[in-house]
Design a protein. Structure first.
Length: 219
């Protein structure tokens, strides 16, 4: 089977490189490769991107240039994972697997996040599902870190998802899947699964199509 995973930069580098998690994650993926599975892993920019973008905003640097800072941060994380997996890396549109079973991608264009890269790859490779791994187990009705009344959502349509996120992209926007990527997924009928990156047992259940903690975003 072929899988596309968006790995959040906040997991790769929450404040410093999360080496303990990356070791566990790489072991999990390598075990799956032994089962003949293939993976495209798209890395986010995380706190590295946001630190640069916040400073750039204070310096009145343009939105496009702030996006490029985020893109470069995500590419730095991609380079790290390339070495970790001894994998091929593609920093433009991903239209095919290379010779190795693991392919690493990152940010490509201003005006969207790496979520879009993952969805675009799914469209190009005719893969009907994208798994986005970040901090929360679910999509919530509001920002769960700020609102104690925020409730987890196990399944939601794109139409309803758009009601709980900003309608426009801004550099550094932190949402489960950015609005540009979500619109592409809706148009191309790509299912998006949002789940916590730290729960590797959960990932195995996702790949085996078993019951797991997650949010499904569907048509």
């Amino acid at each position: 089977m072929k899988y596309i995973i968006g790995l959040g930069g906040s997991i790769i580098c929450p404040d410093k490189i999360n080496t303990a998690y990356l070791k566990r994650f790489s072991q999990f993926i390598k075990e799956q490769v032994k089962l003949k599975n293939k993976f495209i892993i798209i890395t986010g920019g995380g706190i590295t991107a946001r630190n640069y973008q916040r400073s750039a905003l204070k310096l009145n640097i343009s939105s496009t240039d702030r996006d490029w800072l985020g893109i470069k941060a995500s590419q730095l994380n991609a380079q790290l994972l390339k070495g970790l997996f001894d994998a091929d890396i593609v920093l433009d549109r991903i239209k095919s697997f290379k010779k190795k079973p693991i392919l690493i991608g990152a940010g490509q264009l201003p005006g969207r996040s790496t979520d879009w890269v993952a969805v675009r790859a799914a469209v190009d490779l005719n893969i009907k599902q994208v798994l986005l791994l970040g901090k929360p187990d679910y999509v919530y009705t509001s920002d769960f870190e700020k609102d104690k009344k925020a409730k987890p959502i196990e399944e939601i349509t794109f139409k309803d998802y758009f009601k709980i996120i900003p309608s426009k992209w801004q550099p550094g926007l932190s949402v489960p899947i950015d609005p540009v990527a979500a619109r592409l997924a809706q148009k191309e009928r790509i299912k998006v699964i949002v789940a916590a990156a730290n729960n590797l047992n959960n990932h195995k259940k996702i790949l085996e199509n078993k019951k797991f903690k997650r949010t499904k975003i569907l048509q």
